[in-house]
Unconditional design. Sequence first.
Length: 93
Amino acid sequence: MSTIDVASNTEATMIINVLYFASLADEANCQQETVSVEQSTSLTELYEQLSQKHRFSHPQAELRVAVNDYFAKWTDQIHDGDSVVFITPVAGG
């Protein structure tokens, strides 16, 4: 597990645990990481920051998001200590 700091020093920060599955885990080269972000960071901004870092192939519009084991809206707020999962599309048969 790695920790990255994407927050500036001008604002309070929060620690978020991010879990990756399927292709996102492959692209991130890890199954989870702990990130430090500014207190005001949205789920959309969090994904954008991580997408730039890991060069994710999925745009946000293709993904679902879950916070603390519950599906969330991209507009929902995140808080210090939350666990976030970005969920890729699943093909079935």
